[in-house]
Design a protein around this ligand. Structure first.
Ligand SMILES: [Zn+2]
Length: 270
């Protein structure tokens, strides 16, 4: 048995264009191992689909660029640059065209990209799935796990997983600061702040890889709780995390605050 998988693209109504995506072959006899798509086939099909869809989207975008709104002349091409879109279903190379400003604007020497993107744009879904997995398991395990399911070109190294996760973390931090400013509970008269922490140790016994995580909870008189966490010796980020929590509680100079922390365990003398 054979299945030929095609993608039908209809840029305009009534003008479909077919593209081959892949082919699946099976023996007549079916078993659990041969029923449906294998992971390898699924990855190859998704990568092929992604490549053709993204390529068509970029071409359509370029074709839809309007002539100069002032004089009606078409804008001249300055050339193309290469960019690679990184997505859950694979990396796709894109040719991004640059256009010159129209001479009627008096700035013909200037040019602009037809697609606002950097050299290596990444889809929000790939950022999301990478950061979510990285919150649950070590970076190396995330890279291995995603490699099992995602197309070959979408696979990442442990350092790539780490870098993407750190970027997502920084964006979350910024979003939290914006939200804190918008959702402050008004002036706070009394506040209780509790701290606790623990060490995360590297199993390889390398002291420079150990760090202490401090977590805390701020509780106002009405029972509203705000939680925070930071890495001790984390510098600005630690100060920012505590400051953010206090701003969310509405702390000001008149606030009466008390802090609590767990007493360290006393080890018996040897
Ligand atoms: Zn013009």
């Amino acid at each position: 048995m054979k299945w030929i998988i095609k993608l039908v693209f209809e840029a305009a109504p009534g003008s479909p264009v077919e593209h081959d995506v892949g082919m699946i072959e099976r023996a007549e006899k079916i078993s659990p191992a041969t029923a449906g798509l294998t992971i390898t086939e699924g990855k190859a099909l998704l990568a092929s689909l992604q490549k053709q869809i993204v390529t068509a989207q970029v071409e359509q975008h370029v074709a839809s660029i309007k002539p100069c709104p002032q004089c009606g002349n078409a804008l001249r091409t300055k050339g193309c640059s290469q960019s690679t879109l990184r997505s859950v279903y694979g990396n796709v190379g894109m040719r991004i065209r640059r256009l010159r400003e129209c001479p009627c604007s008096g700035s013909q020497a200037h040019s602009f990209s037809t697609l606002v993107t950097n050299k290596s744009p990444i889809t929000p879904e790939l950022r999301y799935i990478t950061a979510k997995m990285a919150a649950l398991m070590p970076f190396r395990k995330v890279a291995d796990f995603l490699g099992e399911l995602l197309p070959l070109s979408a696979q990442a190294t442990a350092s790539t997983v780490r870098n993407r996760t750190m970027k997502v973390g920084r964006r979350l931090q910024k979003s939290a600061e914006v939200l804190a400013a918008a959702t402050s509970n008004g002036p706070c008269k009394e506040l209780l702040v509790g701290f606790d922490g623990g060490y995360v140790r590297n199993r390889q016994q390398r002291p420079e890889r150990n760090f202490e995580v401090v977590v805390g909870k701020a509780l106002d008189r009405d029972g509203h709780a705000t939680r925070f966490a930071f890495v001790r010796n984390g510098g600005f980020e630690a100060v920012s995390a505590v400051g953010l929590a206090l701003r969310q509680c509405g702390v000001n100079k008149a606030t009466s605050a008390a802090g609590f922390c767990r007493q360290p365990a006393v080890r018996p003398a040897r």
